[in-house]
Design a protein around this ligand. Sequence first.
Ligand SMILES: [Zn+2]
Length: 78
Amino acid sequence: MSESGDTRVYVCPRCVTPYGEPGTCLTCHVELVECRPGPEGDPLRKPLMTGDGKLLTHAPGWWVRRTAAGLFERRVKK
Ligand SMILES: [Zn+2]
């Protein structure tokens, strides 16, 4: 696995503020969610699209996978 493939970011599930380290959000005081965006150019870094090319989410795929796994599975498994 490449080094960039193991990049981790920690994101507040409420206000979506990214942090470089695990912990709690300074604003919301909720626990941060650990995400792995994947290497540069990974399709997961882009928003999810439907089969016919429409934008499904504005959030990148790695965020959807982490926070709405059911939605992600339905869209990406095809
Ligand atoms: Zn927050």
